[in-house]
Write a new protein. Structure first.
Length: 174
């Protein structure tokens, strides 16, 4: 029964895509609230607790690796916005690193600010995490209606059997 439902859902999504429709609601009231995710391996956005949205990412290959994922949405209005964020991840065991940058596009280009930088990238020297991690904070950005804003998560490690995985959870403050 589960396979039949999946096939029917996939056919419905394909029909909507061909007809110019969409399979996800993107309003601030529910659904994904306009958030999207992109990056190597897998990256997806889902609802989280209390109005937050989360981006999960997973990337694996043999040998040292690095990757970057973007979680973003288009602003519906202009002005300052505070975003609470939490990241739970696992980037390996040796010289693993994580960096988070918040950004806001606008008519004059992109403004960005690093909100987390745990060294371990090739140009920074040894990593300091070496296993699972959790970090959180608040980022403040000036958003412009009709332009994208969001987060870029970067990770790396120098393990022989590499992987980068984690979940970034974001909540817009009212």
């Amino acid at each position: 029964m589960r396979i039949v439902r999946s096939v029917v859902a996939a056919a419905f999504a394909l029909t909507l895509a061909v007809a110019g429709g969409s399979t996800a609601s993107a309003s601030s009231a529910g659904g994904l609230a306009g958030w999207t995710a992109s990056g190597p391996g897998s990256a997806e956005v889902a609802k989280a607790d209390k109005g937050a949205r989360s981006m999960s990412y997973n990337y694996a290959q043999v040998g040292p690796e690095a990757g970057a994922w973007t979680m973003s949405k288009v602003a519906e209005e202009s002005g300052p916005l505070a975003l609470d964020w939490t990241i739970d991840g696992f980037h390996g065991f040796f010289r693993d690193a994580v960096r988070i940058t918040v950004f806001a596009d606008g008519p004059g280009g992109r403004s960005s600010q690093q909100v987390l930088n745990i060294p371990g990238f090739p140009d920074e020297g040894p990593g300091t995490i070496d296993g699972p991690f959790t970090f959180d904070g608040t980022a403040e950005v000036e958003i412009t209606a009709g332009y994208a804003f969001g987060f870029i998560v970067e990770g790396s490690n120098f393990d022989c059997c590499s992987f980068l995985e984690g979940t970034l959870t974001v909540k817009e403050r009212s």
